[in-house]
Design a protein around this ligand. Structure first.
Ligand code: SAH
Length: 395
């Protein structure tokens, strides 16, 4: 097994359990590790710092242990078992009204590079590192042990997330299927609301589970309001608003595929008053008559995928929020979000402040929003807090 030796005084972050070793911190590599191999990491003084997955790139090692030189045979069962116990503590396991949740959230679950979402017995995994991709059979085996016969399938959807330069055979597909399972989509329950999830064709793992609590909050504000859900994807916020007693709900997404899923979800909920628009959300808002809506949801895709895009992204958030603040009715409410990891909550609040100044309306912040508890943040890796939102009241 290869060894990574760090430069002098570069061990501090690992001693504080930060899970990444940057390539610039490495003095020497003993051996010739392939991407995805487990390597051990040592300080310049020869102290063992743990082991993790090696990869070529700016993050050279994603740590899996801070005290072991090798991974023991039961590593996956223990690590994923810990994630499962944490979901139990969050009351997400065997919960009669919610049977979908994120089981493994990368660094938040001490498994950097791995995402697993659970949809009523179907686990959909996305590997963001070569090491996690290569461990997928062991991961699937651990899931079978943890869930037992209630596990219906394990689907690997890493083709869009694993590093494509690592020479891996990136073809999505089932790693495990129980005899009884034949589907490729499933109706799940979230806070008692039904949603159709199609992991094979949908974006990410099929559903944006991180917005669960914020969707419930939208439901509690919806009664008697005319709602506009921008960047709606499968209509999560729209369904909660309809069930919460909204007068009307208009949902907008540029993806026709997403809009057809919205229509199926609206049919499942059986409420009237919904209209779907396959359109560019920014153009839609531009053409919108002022005062037509008194609750807006603005949940765009990440505008900044890396630091270099930060400045333009902040301008784009300001423009989008200015348009929403300008158009919402008096006494209206806006749920506005950013899921860009490089935009922190202060920067996002600054962009929204800039928008309010630009428009010249009186705005108050009624709440600060974030991702759900199953997308928990490793305290030693604050970068993991990627979703931030503001609940605005516009006078
Ligand atoms: N609010 C959603 C998640 C949004 S993901 C939920 O709760 O599930 C972002 C969505 O924005 C994607 O569905 C994508 O298709 C859509 N999108 C991206 N650019 C867009 C644009 N310019 N106009 C409208 N929709 C857009």
């Amino acid at each position: 097994m290869s060894k990574i030796i760090l430069k002098k005084s570069r061990a501090d972050s690992l001693l504080r359990f930060h899970p990444w070793v940057f390539s610039g911190a490495i003095a020497n590599i003993v051996g010739n590790p392939a991407e995805g191999d487990v390597v051990s990491v040592w300080s310049s003084e020869g102290q063992l710092l743990g082991c993790g997955h090696f990869q070529i790139g700016s993050i050279a090692v994603r740590m899996l242990s801070f005290d072991m030189e090798y991974l023991p045979d039961d590593f996956w069962l223990c690590a994923i078992g810990a994630a499962y116990r944490a979901r139990k503590a969050m009351s997400l396991v065997d919960n009669p009204s919610t049977n979908c949740y994120r089981l493994v959230h990368g660094e938040g679950d001490n498994l950097p590079g791995l995402i697993i979402d659970f949809y009523d017995g179907v686990c959909v995994m996305q590997a963001h590192s070569a090491g996690m991709f290569r461990a997928k059979k062991q991961i699937s085996k651990a899931l079978q042990e943890i869930y037992g016969p209630s596990l219906k399938a394990v689907y690997d959807k890493s083709s869009g997330t694993a590093p494509f330069k690592a020479g891996l055979e990136l073809i999505d597909g089932y790693i495990y299927k129980s005899d009884a399972f034949a589907g490729r989509e499933q109706i799940v329950l979230e806070n008692g609301h039904k949603f159709l999830v199609n992991w094979e064709e949908g974006q990410k793992t099929g559903f944006f589970l991180d917005q669960r609590d914020n969707r419930a909050l939208v439901g509690s504000y919806a009664k008697g309001r005319r709602v506009l859900n921008l960047f709606c994807y499968t209509g999560g916020f729209s369904i909660y608003a309809l069930e919460g007693g909204a007068l009307s709900v208009d949902s907008v997404d540029s993806s026709a595929k997403a809009m057809s899923l919205v229509d199926r979800n609206v049919a499942l909920c059986g409420k009237a008053g919904h209209t779907s628009f396959t359109a560019d959300a920014i153009e839609f808002l531009g053409k919108c008559e002022p005062g037509k809506y008194d609750l807006m949801i603005v949940d765009p895709p990440a505008f900044a995928k890396h630091r270099g895009a930060l400045k333009n992204a902040l301008r784009a958030y300001q423009r989008l929020n200015a348009a929403a603040i300008a158009k919402v009715a008096s006494g209206g409410v806006i749920f506005t979000f950013s899921c860009s990891q490089v935009v922190d909550k202060e920067m996002f609040a600054q962009a929204v402040l800039g928008a309010a100044i630009q428009v010249g309306r009186r705005v108050r912040i009624m709440g600060r929003l974030t991702q759900g508890c199953d997308h928990s943040v490793n305290i030693f890796h604050p970068e993991g807090e990627y979703l931030k939102g503001l609940l605005l009241y516009v006078e």
